[in-house]
Design a protein around this ligand. Structure first.
Ligand SMILES: Nc1nc2c(ncn2[C@@H]2O[C@H](COP(=O)(O)OP(=O)(O)OP(=O)(O)O)[C@@H](O)[C@H]2O)c(=O)[nH]1
Ligand SMILES: [Mg+2]
Length: 250
């Protein structure tokens, strides 16, 4: 069972208009500081945030109660003049958890009216979450043959391919920067990942390394996933073994 929290700026569109047309630089700074604050507040509680859109973030919040969310909302209210809605969802997959969070907000089902928190009553057993940390093998040499903008285009294509493939398996993929992606899954079969790697190899001549981490919290799952990825690199660089997929659990 995965628990996801969606944080969204409320009334953003109308508010942006109040700034006049010389506003883009201010919106970009606001979005960057919102991301930083949210990552900071949630990671202190062993969660991990993903910038879904810059005005909407997804957070893996396994183990976090409604009261914890209220504490965070209180901090956010102090830092930003804009309002934020918080929607919590649980599910057997990350897609299901995100849909449940969204449904609660759209149906106005509240866990805390005073603090703008939506969701169905939380079950205690949001236990394990799994993250795949995917990283392009040897992206430095791929990048050397292309201009920076062409490298970005390739990354966008890979991201699109990955999002489609894993959404069909009810898992959400996020771009983390550089050549790094993270996918929130729940006990995915390694054969499925291998299938994706084959598609990408065929279509783009790109190899991914995939570290998998499973743990009780988002931060720990990411830590184990990155640990697995680093282990793959270690094995490759020592010439011992060519492994593409490796798993570490708590
Ligand atoms: N988000 C994120 N970015 C990273 C991480 N590690 C490296 N990067 C970034 O990813 C980019 C590519 O780095 P690498 O993946 O180490 O380079 P590479 O040539 O592909 O090397 P290998 O992955 O070892 O094959 C760099 O610009 C780093 O800034 C990470 O753990 N998370
Ligand atoms: Mg890489």
């Amino acid at each position: 069972m995965i628990q996801l929290t969606i944080i969204k700026i409320t009334g953003y569109g109308p508010w942006t208009l109040t700034l006049g047309s010389d506003r883009e630089h201010r919106l970009q700074m606001l979005q960057a500081s919102l991301y930083k604050e949210i990552q900071d507040l949630f990671s202190q509680r062993n969660c991990l945030a993903f910038a879904n859109r810059f005005d909407e973030l997804f957070v893996i919040t396994n183990g976090l109660s409604v009261d914890d969310h209220i504490d965070i909302q209180k901090q956010l209210v102090k830092s930003f003049e804009l309002g934020l809605s918080i929607s919590i969802g649980q599910g057997n997959t990350s897609f299901e958890a995100s849909s449940n969070a969204d449904k609660a907000r759209r149906s106005n089902i509240m866990l805390s009216k005073d603090h703008n928190i939506f969701g169905l009553p939380l079950k205690k057993d949001a236990d394990l979450v799994q993250i795949i940390h995917m990283d392009v093998d040897g992206s430095t040499s791929v990048s050397a043959k292309k201009s920076p903008y062409e490298v970005s285009l390739l990354i966008i294509k890979l991201y699109s391919e990955m999002s489609e493939f894993f959404l069909q398996r009810n898992s959400l993929a996020f771009f983390m920067g550089g050549d790094n992606f993270m996918i929130i899954t729940s006990g995915i079969n390694q054969e499925e990942i291998a299938k994706f790697l084959e598609i990408v190899k065929q279509k783009y001549d790109i190899s991914f390394n995939c570290g998998i981490g499973t743990a009780k919290t988002g931060r720990d799952a990411a830590k184990f996933a990155t640990q697995s990825l680093d282990k793959i690199r270690e094995l490759r660089d020592s010439g011992k073994k060519d492994t593409r997929i490796l798993e570490t659990s708590c």
